[in-house]
Design a protein around this ligand. Sequence first.
Ligand code: NCD
Ligand code: ZN
Length: 345
Amino acid sequence: MTRPDDWHLHLRDGASLKAVLPHTVRQFARAIVMPNLKPPVRSVADAAAYRDRVLAAIPAGKQFEPLMTLYLTDNTSPEEIIRAKESQFVKAVKYYPAGATTNSDFGVTDMSKCDRVFEAMQQVDMPLLLHGEVTAQDVDMFDREKVFIERHLIPLKQRFPNLRVVLEHVTTSDAVQYVLSANNIAATITPQHLLFNRNILLQGAIRPHFYCLPILKREEHRKALLQAATSGNPKFFLGTDSAPHPRNGKESSCGCAGCYSALHAMELYTEAFESVDALDKLEAFASFYGPDFYQLPRNTEQITLGRTTWRVPDEVPFTEFGLVPLRAGQEMTWQMLDASMAEAN
Ligand code: NCD
Ligand code: ZN
């Protein structure tokens, strides 16, 4: 199939970036790189410097293009949006509700405060990427995406109908329904939300490596996501949300949100598509609809996935504590072959 891209990825910085980037580079040609560093990537200057650090971390002889994003805050200016558009390398602006997830303390406290920025984004056609969850304490954890759509997304789309939006990492049938019903909106879907429902979080014991945000939902929602991903509708495309945290940050009395899937993302998606006999829909989901939405050329290189069993490692090197990949220690049924291996076969 055509080499895919990852339209939602956390790469972190420094030694962590160097540890995880080779996994993504092996699988994907490009990725939309999330800006939730500490402190976040808020300006075009921050994004340029971060992009240089990502480029410097690409293993020798490999090709990879980081597509940068800006972190929206209450103080982002419309002028910064114009500069971002002119930069060519900033491809989108990311909205996090303040306090919703990892490193979101700088996030937006009230969406309507950003209307001048949304106006500028609509004008220059800069996509808005949404972490679509409310943080209101009276809203149940499992309803946060649905309530975000009702309270914030529907009014936003009414104010800015031409603003192109990606509802990131959708987790519910409500989100699928909404994306299908509205214009100028697409959605990314992670491998964990296609493969697992919320039961896995508490299967006989608490399993922190399946904890990400938005949290896994009921089986009926997983089925709706799998149906959307395999439907051939270009509004749904691949975004892993691979979000590395060191083992001690996950296995803790106050563990971080995030699943690590960069190691084996394509294998996980392939398994999900195969489970509903939809392998013929995988290439467009992984390699066509994302670049089409972002108005970028599709990749021309090919990759090969083969049917093989292999065991996901218990841990990969990352800081002094190591990183536990999604489904660590378990058997996989597909494997991405390196170009050299594909030729040998
Ligand atoms: C992400 C992270 O760790 O940066 N975690 C996650 O659970 N998805 C943040 C995010 O995208 O919500
Ligand atoms: Zn994310």
